[in-house]
Design a binder for this molecule. Sequence first.
Ligand SMILES: Nc1nc2c(ncn2[C@@H]2O[C@H](COP(=O)(O)OP(=O)(O)OP(=O)(O)O)[C@@H](O)[C@H]2O)c(=O)[nH]1
Ligand SMILES: [Zn+2]
Length: 331
Amino acid sequence: MPRIDIESLEDEWEEDHHLLSQRRRSDPLSQAAKDRIEDYDEGRIVAVDKGQVRVLFEGEILPARFSGAMRGTKLVVGDRVRVRPPRHETDEARIVELLARETVLLRTADDALDDERVVVANADTVAVVLAADYLDVGTRFLDRVMVAASVGGMDTVLCINKVDLVEDRSTVAEVAARYEAMGVRVEVTSAETGEGLDALAQVLTGCWTTFTGHSGVGKTSLFNRLVPEAGRAVGEIGRFGGRHTTVSARAMLIPALDAWLVDTPGVRSFGLGTLRPEELADHFPELAALDCGLDDCLHEGEPGCVLRDTTLHPARLESYRRLLAALREAA
Ligand SMILES: Nc1nc2c(ncn2[C@@H]2O[C@H](COP(=O)(O)OP(=O)(O)OP(=O)(O)O)[C@@H](O)[C@H]2O)c(=O)[nH]1
Ligand SMILES: [Zn+2]
């Protein structure tokens, strides 16, 4: 499998985006044109590359261009849009309007919440894949993604993969229980032996799920097991090449499950938007449930803070403190 230079791909992505923004136009639309737009049916963006998109429209994946009025709008995978269908054989579909986003996943840490930072819109779930033999490092990453998912309005699912590699499963069980207690759904899997894959498939059914996880945890292997026809599904958006040749996200359908899996290559961490330090606790389920009775308490051991009397898992407390420090620095 060819290795890619993520830094240079990200630079390229930024350049493309810059070019697109320079073409920004702001022609006001006539009322008649607005009325026409409202008549068009909805589609869903399934791939974005260099300002070109593919849209799922009436069961088909079509290449599409932006209408003039859409210039300067950055579309992302998962966006709901209105589509003017192709009018003749050599015509392309046109995206005429972006509809409001219900959820967002942001790229990069601690940035302002703006369109340029959205990598995926309207996904239901973020699935974090961790390797069973690497849970210490993994849970720190998971804790950040859980906050990003919560800020963006999505649920988190934890997938502990490579469970065939650990003999003693007590750590896996402890981590699973820790997160289940917070209301996170946990699936324990092996892409090698097939363990847990049916349960994972169930979680994905009928949803748009964004997969994330460090390199080597087994995301591709899980995809390949879940989507035996992955080659074909990818082929449908073939112009964008294999998964390592595109820098934006794209979605793949598992037809049998009506599940869309979103791949976000080149995104190394997820941003927390414009979250203020005093809001962080709202996105830690164990802390959100606490009521200190103190205004804007950061739960750092202030006199009277209930955290003093609460047994928060030490690893979660450490994650909380680290993210708090990061948010303070960004503020
Ligand atoms: N033993 C074992 N090996 C696995 C499992 N899942 C994946 N692997 C192996 O781990 C290595 C990395 O797997 P990938 O699926 O490429 O991991 P990835 O998360 O897609 O990695 P990137 O593409 O770099 O982000 C490969 O050699 C896989 O065969 C598993 O459940 N058990
Ligand atoms: Zn407090």
